[in-house]
Design a protein around this ligand. Structure first.
Ligand SMILES: [Zn+2]
Length: 136
């Protein structure tokens, strides 16, 4: 049974990139963009999608054969420069509850044609005490 995609538990603003995605797919259909331009997932992203990615239950809008997978990356102070990929909801929640602020990105990936696109971005972590420490 496929695991459901990780969903943010953050209370802050979430920036959605669905409109940009729709525009991108339209540009592909009208020939303004080439498949190679948008099917360029980094090998590391493909590995993450296969390893910890969650099925979105949606067919790829480019190849119409692969099933899209979601990978969440978390970036922040004292985390690896390449970010970390939470493997579970509890794992994501622990990053979102950090004292230090984090930025989370949910990316959709097709491992078949390498289509990838940012789905949403959100800020989390950083309790008020931790924020004031960072500001000083
Ligand atoms: Zn695809």
């Amino acid at each position: 049974m496929p695991r459901p995609p990780l969903v943010s538990l953050a209370k802050g603003a979430v920036v959605e990139y669905r409109l940009q995605r729709a525009a991108l797919i339209q540009q592909l259909q009208t020939g303004e963009r080439m498949v190679e331009d948008i099917c360029d997932a980094h090998p590391g992203l493909i590995r993450a999608a296969k390893g910890v990615g969650r099925s979105l239950g949606e067919t790829c809008p480019v190849c119409h054969e692969g099933v899209l997978r979601q990978v969440v990356y978390v970036f922040g102070d004292k985390l690896p420069a390449s970010g970390v990929c939470p493997v579970s909801k509890a794992d994501l929640r622990s990053f979102e509850m950090r004292e230090l602020p984090v930025t989370c990105y949910a990316v959709e990936v097709c491992v078949r044609c390498r289509f990838n696109h940012l789905l949403r971005k959100w800020e989390a972590g950083g309790t008020s005490t931790a924020r004031s420490k960072v500001a000083k």
